[in-house]
Design a protein around this ligand. Sequence first.
Ligand code: F0G
Length: 358
Amino acid sequence: MSSTSSNIWPGVIRRYSEHLPITDATPVITLHEGNTPLVPAPGFVEAIGGKFSLYLKCEGLNPTCSFKDRGMTLAVSKAKERGAEIVICASTGNTSASAAAYAARAKMRCIVLLPHGKIALGKLAQALMYGATTVAIEGNFDQALQIVRELGETGKVEVVNSINPVRIEGQKTAAFEICDALGDAPDFHFLPVGNAGNITAYWRGYREYQAAGKSDTLPRMCGWQAAGAAPIVDGHPIASPNTVATAIRIGNPASWQGAREAADQSEGFIDKVTDEEILHAYKLLARTEGIFVEPACAAPLAGLIKAVQRDQIPEGSLIAATMTGHGLKDPDTAIGSAGFHPHVVPAERDAVLKVLGL
Ligand code: F0G
């Protein structure tokens, strides 16, 4: 079967090539990322007393189970095009998993700098399995990123963090997919904010699609940080950020300005929620919709609960929210949060019926 007659989803570079900085000379390194489902979540909306439609962009269904794959396919393809042999990133976990996978696919070496002890287990397992060289930094993500910037200046390695502008270019394709699925942009877009690349990318994507005549409206961009790691909301960098949502445990976001512009230009906002609120929304989503996301994704959901309480969402609105990573990335937080207290019983029918009260 020729590639043109194939029905295989081609990945975001080939699907949206006219919107991306590539040429015929760019080798396309793809795991056929993108095309993730946009899932209605009426059960969650009902549970929080909302009167609007909520659609969840389930980015945990990408090849390495987070949204990072959209930017990484482009970053690694462009690195390969330039003849780079080594890619490097700092990461709270997902970027490292994605970089490691695409580097393996491109036959390149991958080096990842991780904040020691603060990486969810699933993400670490991914980086190790894909064969990345992992360096654990006795410090946080912001410090690891500073070191990566300095290593990038040596010219020996290609940085694939979102300070590399092509990462943002790839990530904007999620906004295209949402417009393609809904027929236009939503009224609001809710998402978690850490290093702030993704909110920057979505806003660019929505604007470019409108400018290209492929959508008519623009959403209000509503970003959510964790209260212990909310530099943009608090208005200054946080030296020691802390939150259960380790993916967004970031005190000095690289795309701070992009995030501010997205919120201000779209008449949206950036706000914060506590870890307690995050864990409540995390469990509520799983139990009302059967959708299991990692804790960072619950920040915008907790934010939605807050927005309903504050009466910020007009009745009948259409809201999209990005669920950035899969719940299985962080089994420790899931088990700790849901509680695991098994009823241990003899292997007998009656014992099981009795413990169940049936
Ligand atoms: N959600 C998840 C699951 C993430 O992994 C990240 C960022 C974010 C949200 C925030 O996105 O940084 O574009 O504002 N993770 C990065 C990493 C920092 O290293 O994996 P952002």
